[in-house]
Design a protein around this ligand. Structure first.
Ligand SMILES: Cc1cc2nc3c(=O)[nH]c(=O)nc-3n(C[C@H](O)[C@H](O)[C@H](O)COP(=O)(O)OP(=O)(O)OC[C@H]3O[C@@H](n4cnc5c(N)ncnc54)[C@H](O)[C@@H]3O)c2cc1C
Length: 252
C-alpha cells in the first residue's frame, strides 16, 4: 500500500503528508486484511468503526468540547478518503467518510446544543454510526417526490414512510432525514432519528454489483417519535441546508 499521494499535491504540506502515511499504515493493518470477510458479511465490522474513533479518524472537524480534534482543514478528511480509495476496499471507502463528511456537518452546524452533546461524541468515538436517508423508491434524483411524512405533534414529530439505498443503513445508530415532503422544497428540513426508536426498522443489506462491504439497505418508519430538539436548523431553511452541506471547502 503506497503511503504518499500518487501525484505530487501542492495543496498538502509536510503535516498533511505525514497524516497520509499515518492513515496508510492504519489501513494496511486494520482495513485491507479484513475487507474480504466484510465483503462476505455485506458490512464492515462495528469494531472497525471504534478503531477509527480511537485513532482520531472520525469527524476530525468536531470541536474538542464534543470529543473531536477541532481540525477545520478539510484536506485531512480528503486524505483519509483518498487513502481508503487507494486500498481498493470500496465499501469502507464510502461508508466511513459519509459518516464524517456528510452526516456530521449537518449536526455540527445546525444541531441544537442538546443534539450536539447527545450525538457528536459518540460519532467521534465510532460508538454511533450515522447514515443520511433521502432516497425513496419513488424519489431519487427528484427529492420533491418524497412521500415520507413527519407530522408535528407538539413536542415531537411522528415519522412514517420508508427509504432505500441507504449507505451505512444496516449498522446505523442514527439517521438524518429531511422531513415535510409535502410542503414546498424550501421546507425540507433535516431531523436526526435514533435507529433504536420504536417503529424504526431496517431491511437486510442489498447484494449489489459492487461495494460489497457496504451495508446499503432500506429503512422503515412506522409512527417513529422524533423529539423536537432533533430538528436541525430553523424551520423553513431546510433545502438550503441540504444543498450547502453536501459540498466542503479545503481549508478554513
Ligand atoms: C450504493 C448506493 C448508495 C447510496 N447511498 C445513499 C444514501 O446514503 N442516502 C440516500 O439518500 N441515497 C443513497 N443512494 C441513492 C442515490 O442517491 C440515488 O440512487 C440517486 O439519487 C438516483 O436516484 P434513483 O436511483 O431513484 O434514480 P432516478 O432518479 O430514477 O434516475 C434514473 C436515471 O434517470 C436520470 N434522470 C433522473 N431525472 C432526470 C431528469 N430530470 N432529466 C434527465 N435524466 C434524469 C438519472 O440521471 C438516472 O440515470 C445510494 C445509491 C447507491 C446505488
Amino acid at each position: 500500500m503506497q503511503n504518499t499521494p500518487s501525484i505530487p499535491r501542492t495543496i498538502y504540506n509536510d503535516e498533511h503528508l505525514l497524516f497520509f502515511k499515518t492513515v496508510a499504515d492504519f489501513a494496511a493493518k486494520e482495513i485491507t486484511p479484513n475487507n474480504e470477510q466484510w465483503e462476505k458479511d455485506h458490512m464492515v465490522s462495528r469494531e472497525s468503526w471504534q478503531k477509527l474513533g480511537e485513532n482520531g479518524f472520525l469527524c476530525m472537524q468536531v470541536d474538542e468540547q464534543y470529543g473531536g480534534l477541532g481540525i477545520k482543514d478539510f484536506r485531512y478528511n480528503a486524505i483519509f478518503t483518498e487513502v481508503l480509495a487507494l486500498t481498493g476496499c470500496a465499501g469502507p471507502a464510502v461508508g466511513y467518510p459519509l459518516h464524517s463528511d456528510i452526516v456530521c456537518p449537518y449536526i455540527d452546524h445546525y444541531g441544537s446544543e442538546a443534539t450536539k452533546q447527545k450525538y457528536l461524541p459518540k460519532m467521534v468515538s465510532g460508538e454511533y454510526i450515522a447514515a443520511i436517508a433521502m432516497t425513496e423508491p419513488g424519489a431519487g434524483s427528484d427529492l420533491q417526490g418524497m412521500r415520507t411524512t413527519a407530522v408535528d405533534k407538539g413536542d415531537h414529530y411522528l415519522v412514517n414512510g420508508s427509504k432505500t439505498f441507504i449507505t451505512n443503513g444496516y449498522l446505523c445508530d442514527i439517521a438524518g432525514l429531511p422531513k415535510e415532503p409535502t410542503a414546498k422544497i424550501a421546507r425540507h428540513q433535516p431531523v436526526v432519528m435514533d435507529a433504536n426508536a420504536e417503529g424504526f426498522s431496517k431491511g437486510k443489506p442489498f447484494h449489489k454489483a459492487g461495494l460489497h462491504a457496504q451495508d446499503t439497505c432500506e429503512l422503515f418508519f412506522d409512527n417513529v417519535k422524533v423529539p423536537k430538539e432533533n430538528l436541525l436548523g430553523s424551520e423553513g431553511h431546510g433545502f438550503t441546508y441540504l444543498m450547502t452541506e453536501l459540498a466542503q471547502k479545503a481549508a478554513a
